[in-house]
Write a protein of this length. Structure first.
Length: 367
């Protein structure tokens, strides 16, 4: 007990602690990891009423998070919390599945194939209709989902489209210049012939869209009097579908590729994926002074502002889950759509010197 008290007295005045936590932790455990005493000794301090959380007596086993203020013998203890690392899944959606969590008709849903999470949930980035297939992204980050889906960011979607018949020069001109639809004019960013049998009925084309309206590709061709017989999404932003990813399979985006995706989405300032550290770079000196004053007066609890971090309420997350992008969560400038950024000085620092980038586009599968 004495040893614990001595260690506590010697460390109470520290402004911050080395460990960085991403989720709520048990109070005595997190204090022990930060060097404030042993588990047993800290439990005894809690029972004795010498540790408080938000100026209320703490309880053994109580969990604390970034907004809680912890005091030992009246002295404020600083714990460093960072937002959880964003995770991204790549799923090769086959035809015959619907992008929803539950379907009244009890059709198979894409969420049936995803790994389970604890307190978080997978958010679908856009959707593919029941008869379409290809790359579908899922993430645990509401802000990343918003930046990838909202039209203001113009994130490219690349598709392989098989149609009945062939495009005429007039069709190609209309697709590139704009086709009137019920919800406004739509156009493709690029269009290329992807081949097909000379005597065959069907022909393949590859096109890129700068947005993702409901059934936009099919409606574009229907407006031109053409029928889409097969539709495959092969790329979303800087993420291309890996050739080895078979239909119905899931693959988590690797750390280097995740860093490239976050950078393309304008979220590279949040630190290297998985290091759990709060960003400290590219911060104006005036803002640093203001934040230092706030920390001095204990206004933040255990959590300082994190650049680019937004709090989405349940309604906004439901809108994202329903594949309707919520209003822009921040005023950050959008990254150029589908552009593979060169890793400049800031990119190297945010990525901890690792070399990132997305895989090249795979050949269209199953033509």
């Amino acid at each position: 007990m004495r040893g614990t008290q001595g260690a506590t007295r010697g460390k109470q005045n520290r402004r911050s602690t080395e460990p960085v936590f991403t989720e709520p932790q048990r109070l005595h455990k997190v204090l022990a990891q930060c060097g404030y005493g042993s588990l047993r000794g800290l439990e005894e301090l809690i029972i004795a009423g010498r540790i408080t959380v938000n100026r209320q007596p703490a309880e053994v086993g109580q969990k604390v998070g970034p907004n809680d203020q912890i005091r030992i013998n009246g002295e404020l203890v600083r714990l460093r919390f960072a937002p959880p690392r964003a995770r991204v899944l790549l799923y090769h959606k086959p035809t015959g599945e619907i992008v929803t969590r539950s379907d009244p008709e009890r059709r198979p849903t894409v969420f049936d194939k995803l790994p389970r999470l604890g307190s978080a949930k997978w958010i679908a980035v856009g959707r593919l209709d029941f008869n379409s297939e290809g790359l579908l992204l899922f993430t645990t980050s509401g802000e990343l989902a918003n930046r990838l889906m909202h039209p203001r960011y113009e994130v490219e979607r690349e598709y392989a489209v098989r149609i009945v018949g062939r495009l005429t020069p007039e069709h190609e001109k209309a697709l590139l210049e704009g086709v009137p639809l019920d919800d406004g004019v739509a156009r493709v960013s690029s269009l290329a012939d992807a081949g097909g049998e000379e005597e065959g009925t069907n022909h393949w084309y590859k096109l890129v869209l700068p947005e993702g309206r409901n059934r936009e590709v099919r409606r574009l061709f229907e407006a031109l009097g053409l029928t889409v017989s097969r539709l495959i999404r092969t790329r979303y932003g800087v993420v291309a579908m890996p050739p080895q990813l078979k239909r119905g399979q899931v693959q988590e985006l690797e750390r280097e590729d995740l860093a490239a995706l976050l950078q393309a989405a304008g979220m590279s300032g949040q630190g290297a994926p998985g290091d759990g550290r709060q960003p400290q770079r590219h911060q104006p000196s005036g803002q640093r002074a203001h934040e230092a004053a706030s920390r001095e007066h204990g206004d933040w609890g255990n959590r300082g502002p994190v650049a680019g971090e937004e709090e989405l309420d349940d309604e906004a997350l439901d809108e994202v889950d329903g594949n309707r992008a919520p209003p822009p969560a921040s005023e950050a400038q959008p990254a150029p759509a589908g552009h593979r950024h060169r890793r400049g000085r800031s990119g190297r620092r945010a990525g901890r010197g690792r070399r990132g980038g997305s895989r090249g586009g795979p050949p269209v599968q199953g033509h």
